[in-house]
Design a protein around this ligand. Structure first.
Ligand code: SAM
Length: 286
């Protein structure tokens, strides 16, 4: 297949299939030829590795992944792209396309059915409208995978990779840190896409933790606390958690104190261990 990142090739393939871009599906296709080989090389694809891709578009990243990995399974929601992918990926016998929604696919079954005996990683140029839900779903499912390498908006990348306990951190930073170690790989300019989005992008890699870095008795509660604390991030924890978790203030302040957290702290000042201590205090295991 002629270079899929070449604009005139892309235009000719898409016009032959009568394809028009859908903004609501986050369709910005890569046209910078250096990005996909680099993503494929840095996501962990190689011999003995199976890769799950989300949103292959016309298959520009899929091709590079298929060259390196034993097998690639790509999940694409837009059924208009299936005949396009049949054409662009015709030379590869190690690629399977699934027409489904990445927010609904049974990834545990997919890995069991498609990647027996292989080490598995995920690689995707994510549709930006579902960056956080896709990342959180992939992490919360606790899949048997090594790493998740994704292209996201630059601001989202900076937020996810920020250090917990700093002003740049967010609920997503803390949640991601529970499951993985986040690493910013490289930046990608908006001109690398067709159509060009308004903002730049970056590729990040989440190296999945074998065990969480902190112990909590109730994971669901931990994430509720994180969400409530950052839900009103300008307020002190005494106020944000009191309102968000509906806990009486004196009781909450006592629990914060027992966890070694000043009640006038804000969410962004807490470490993951602070959140875990508070969670365990709330379940009576502090
Ligand atoms: N990988 C291609 C590339 O880099 O050129 C396309 C990336 S484009 C940013 C995002 C892709 O995700 C599109 O092909 C879009 O149709 C697909 N997509 C959008 N929502 C999806 C979902 N919920 N599940 C699976 N794919 C989705």
């Amino acid at each position: 297949m002629e270079k899929l990142s070449n604009i005139s090739n892309i235009k000719s393939i898409l016009s032959r299939h009568g394809f028009t871009f859908s903004k609501s599906l986050g369709q910005n296709f890569l046209i910078n030829p250096s990005v996909c080989p680099r993503m494929a090389a840095e996501c962990g694809a190689g011999a003995g590795v199976g890769v799950i891709e989300i949103g292959p578009g016309i298959g520009v990243l899929t091709c590079e992944l298929a060259r390196l990995a034993d097998k690639v399974v790509s999940v694409e929601l837009d059924k208009r792209l299936i005949p396009v992918l049949d054409e662009t990926l015709a030379e590869f016998d190690n690629v399977k396309i699934i027409n489904d929604d990445a927010l609904k696919v049974d990834f545990h079954k997919l890995i069991e059915d498609e990647f027996k005996g292989m080490s598995v990683c995920i690689c995707a140029n994510l549709p930006y409208y579902i960056t956080s839900p896709v990342i959180m779903r992939l992490l919360e499912l606790k899949l048997p995978i090594q790493a998740i390498t994704v292209m996201v908006q630059k601001e989202a990348a900076q937020r996810i990779c920020a250090e917990v306990g700093t002003r740049q951190s967010s609920a997503l930073t803390v949640a991601v840190n529970y499951y993985a170690k986040a690493q910013l790989l490289f930046n990608v300019s908006s001109g690398s896409f067709m159509p060009a989005p308004k903002v730049d992008s970056a590729v990040i890699r989440l190296n999945i933790n074998k065990t969480p870095p902190v112990y909590v008795t109730d994971e669901e509660l931990l994430f509720k606390i994180i969400k409530a604390a950052f839900g009103q991030r300008r307020k002190t924890l005494s106020n944000s958690l009191g309102a968000g978790l509906n806990i009486e203030k004196t009781k909450l302040n006592a629990m914060l104190e027992s966890s070694g957290i000043p009640a006038n702290y804000r969410a962004e000042q807490l470490t993951l261990q602070n959140f875990a201590s508070l969670c365990n205090e709330m379940t009576g295991e502090g």
